[in-house]
Design a binder for this molecule. Structure first.
Ligand code: UD1
Length: 426
């Protein structure tokens, strides 16, 4: 297992390029299953989750050729698509694997897939995915950790589905399934995340008719068939947010190339409040954070609220803020695992259910800490950047699920960071 060794106390300076969005790329790659034509997708991030998904797609006879390594352009060849049961072992490695269920039921009327895995940040149920697909006519049972589903007459039917919570995954799964259903599907209380809009754009480029993506009500008019897609994945907004947090905690001055802040409003507003400045020009965004970090109260919420995927990163910044901050985690019930590790670095954090109280300290101290999930890893790296002395961050494989060569990008920004393979890490 790999670990990072980081020498703290640096100030980030320089330019950074953001990779394609993980949360956009995974559903969009899965959406190619809906067509028998080839698709071409650019800016696919080279991440562990993407590699695992490619392995699952190949089990279905789908070939993936990288014809432009620099821009991560891939040619997805669907001609030999055939029914398969995705490997349980690979499905368990990442949560987005559940997104294959809707497209499989829509395209071939049957699916057998293990319940998904992913970060251990909560119970992570999939009841809304299954209820929605059942309302569209699928028969679904769960047996021995396996979802077994089929559509009796071979084709799903449009339905009116109201989500209890605006689930990103359930919205994506049902939206993809509805593209090949008979009739019209209406999704109410749908997720509004930018990745939903991007998936809808990619599906519409395949000939789907999706109206309203990005609002709470999405209408999908089912089609008989779809063609291949042409799509370029957007930069990862959570990676942008992570670099903003890194600049903030180190009092840095960095330029994030080729991005805009349209989909980062809640992140930008809150980082401005704690002392970060943003200057936007046509080539990207300059982030300048020379001031003392101020305390703040934050509640995570579905988009356009403050993203749960940025909670660990801003918490690390607040550990060295001027005063007491409160963070309420409203999306996942078990997403404070990084707090214990941050206290090992000298942070003063107490948690009470879904509330974390962070008393700002003058400094953190380098320490040996263990990453528990993807964004917790990023949070610990951020803390280590400002800490006095050297930190070791164990279990970096969590980070590799969602950040492309983060250490190389940090080296370019002046950080003393080393990836070490340590076979003694448990
Ligand atoms: C969620 C986040 C997403 C983030 C991802 C990984 C939100 C709204 N979604 O997406 O931004 O990138 O985690 O951190 O912020 N739920 C159910 N039943 C279901 C599905 C979900 O009860 O069938 C509940 C979950 O337990 C959770 C909430 O809904 O409390 C959010 O789930 P959902 O949006 O589906 O999760 P992801 O799609 O993984």
């Amino acid at each position: 297992m790999d670990k990072f060794i980081i020498k703290g106390g640096c100030t980030l300076n320089g330019e950074v390029t953001i990779s394609g969005s993980k949360n956009a790329a995974l559903p969009i790659l899965i959406a190619t299953m809906l067509s028998s034509d080839d698709s071409i997708i650019g800016n696919i991030p080279n991440l562990d989750d993407v590699q695992n998904l490619k392995q699952l797609l190949m089990d279905f006879g789908i070939k993936i050729l990288h014809f432009d390594k620099k821009n991560y352009f891939s040619h997805i060849i669907n001609k030999e698509f055939c029914y398969s049961e995705p490997s349980n072992e690979v499905v368990k490695k990442f949560r987005a694997s559940i997104l294959m269920l809707g497209p499989l039921l829509a395209k071939i009327g049957k699916a057998k897939i293990s319940l998904p895995g992913g970060c251990a940040i909560g119970k992570r149920p999939v009841n809304m995915h299954l209820d929605g697909l059942s309302m569209m006519g699928a028969n679904i049972i769960i047996e021995n950790d396996q979802i077994k589903a089929h559509v009796p007459n071979g084709r799903l039917s449009g339905a009116r589905i109201k989500f209890r919570f605006p689930s990103v995954g359930a919205t994506e799964n049902i939206m993809m399934a509805a593209c090949l259903a008979d009739g019209t599907t209406i999704l109410e209380n749908a997720a509004q995340e930018p990745e939903i809009i991007e998936l809808a754009q990619a599906l519409n480029s395949m000939g789907s008719m999706i109206i309203g993506a990005g609002t709470r009500t999405i209408q999908i008019i089912g089609q008989k068939s779809l063609k291949g897609m042409r799509h370029i994945i957007s930069p990862d907004r959570i990676e942008i947010g992570t670099f903003i947090a890194m600049a903030t905690i180190t009092g840095g001055n960095i330029f994030i190339k080729n991005v805009c802040l349209k989909t980062l409003q809640s992140i930008v507003i809150n980082f401005q409040k704690i002392g970060c400045n943003f200057h936007v020009d046509q080539n990207g965004v300059r982030v300048n954070a020379s001031k003392q970090i101020q305390n703040i109260n934050i509640k995570t919420a579905p988009y356009p609220g403050f993203p749960t995927d940025m909670q660990a990163q801003i918490m690390s910044c607040l550990c060295v803020a001027n005063g007491i901050s409160y963070i309420q985690e409203n999306v996942w019930e078990n997403r404070f695992m990084h707090t214990l590790e941050l206290t090992k670095m000298g942070a003063d954090i107490s948690t009470h259910g879904n509330l974390a109280i962070i008393k700002g300290k003058n400094k953190l101290t380098g320490s040996k800490v263990k990453a528990s999930d993807l964004r917790a890893s990023a949070g610990l790296i951020i803390a280590a950047l400002s800490a006095e002395g050297t930190s070791e961050i164990l279990h970096i494989h969590h980070l590799d699920r969602g950040y492309v060569t983060l250490e190389n990008k940090l080296v370019q920004l002046g950080v003393d960071i080393l990836r070490v393979n340590d076979s003694n890490i448990l």
